[in-house]
Design a binder for this molecule. Structure first.
Ligand code: PEP
Ligand code: MN
Length: 362
């Protein structure tokens, strides 16, 4: 078999001959046949090429709507017949996989809760061995690049040729304005390892709300993502799952109109494209710096609480001197000047003291 590094995974997407990023749209869940057809007809003359709908829904707790199961697969077929949209469904085990093939669904995707489990992925890979269907692998819920790559490799080993990845953000214990933190470096690292893998962004599950969809989509396109998967529903507030993040088809059209598409190959001038790529990398690093600073501050606050409980003073000068010396030494080893490191860490330290004082006085 051709080595994965040498394979061109882009061919299924190139064959679609789109002059814009791939758009996969449709509801979180297939609720009823009429709900599906209503959405699909509104998506028919938009940038959407693929209609998505979850038929088996992995829900965090029992008792929520867990999908209509196989009875919704003919509804997807009807969507295709009536609108010409390609169809996509989430599969989570071998039985789902077989049914999706039996009903001739065009694109199968493996959800975040399944990618985490190598047994489930292996079982699916064996059930769809040698399929010509397009198979997309969402990132695992935890920020583990190797697990994501492993799932894609398992499918490739079983002869699945038309592969792609979906970045839907990562779950975190930490408080965040995202439902799932994007941690952009991880999909970028996947792209660096397998540059031809089509990389699709799912801003809906990253944001968990409607308001953030545009910005996250723009960042994804700035980072040369190849497509977007956006949950779309004609009556989002009444949706049976993920009501708060679904948008109406009309909003999807607006978003697609407003997005600046900066796909590398669309940019005429090579140097501009290079400069943009570097700027986007800087944006990602800045996001990481902010994430790290905020994580550091949360630990500092926990220390503040502990100090309050045991009635210890906020400032412990010897500990601070130790930290400063250590970071100056490490920084110099990495080509950063003493003056710069001292300045930054003094500022961080001041902010930390301010946070702790607030806790101790609070
Ligand atoms: C979905 O796409 O509706 C879904 C369940 O997503 P994820 O696997 O990313 O949670
Ligand atoms: Mn959903």
């Amino acid at each position: 078999m051709e080595k994965m590094e040498n394979k061109n995974f882009m061919s299924w997407l190139d064959n679609m001959q789109l002059n814009h990023p791939l758009v996969i749209a449709g509801p979180c869940s297939a609720e009823t046949e009429s709900q599906m057809l209503e959405i699909a007809h509104e998506l028919k003359n938009t940038d959407a090429t693929v209609f998505r709908a979850g038929v088996w829904k992995p829900r965090t707790r029992p008792g929520s709507f867990e999908g209509n199961g196989a009875k919704a697969l003919p509804w997807l077929q009807k969507v295709k017949e009536e609108t010409g949209l390609l169809t996509a469904v989430e599969i989570a085990n071998a039985q789902h996989a077989k049914l999706a093939l039996e009903f001739d669904i065009d694109i199968l995707w493996i959800g975040a809760r399944t990618t985490v489990n190598p047994f489930a992925v292996q079982e699916i890979a064996e059930a769809i061995r040698d399929t010509e269907k397009i198979v997309l692998v969402k990132n695992p819920i935890n920020p583990d690049l190797a697990l994501w790559i492993g799932a894609i490799e398992r499918l490739h080993k079983m002869g699945v040729k038309n592969l792609g990845a979906i970045h839907r953000g990562f779950s975190s214990f930490r408080k965040s304005s995202y439902r799932n933190i994007p941690s952009w470096q991880i999909p970028i690292d996947l792209k660096n390892k397998y540059p031809s893998i089509p990389m699709i962004n799912d801003p809906s599950h990253i944001c968990g709300n409607r308001e953030g969809i545009f910005d996250v989509s723009q960042t994804a396109l700035d980072l040369n993502f190849d497509g977007l998967m956006i949950e779309t529903h004609c009556h989002p507030d009444e949706a049976w799952s993920d009501a708060s993040q679904q948008i109406i088809p009309g909003r999807l059209v607006e978003i697609m109109d407003e997005l600046r598409v900066r796909k590398e190959s669309f940019v005429k001038e090579e140097s501009v494209s290079k400069l943009n790529a570097f700027r986007n990398e800087i944006n990602v690093k800045d996001d990481q710096l902010l994430e790290t600073l905020s994580e550091r501050m949360q630990i500092v606050e926990n220390i503040g609480k502990a100090k309050k409980e045991s009635n210890v003073a906020v400032l412990q000068n010897t500990r601070w001197q130790e930290i400063l010396q250590k970071v100056v030494d490490k920084g110099e080893e990495q080509g950063l000047s003493k003056r710069f490191i001292e300045k930054i860490f003094k500022a961080i330290h001041q902010e930390s003291i301010a946070h702790q004082e607030k806790i101790i006085k609070g």
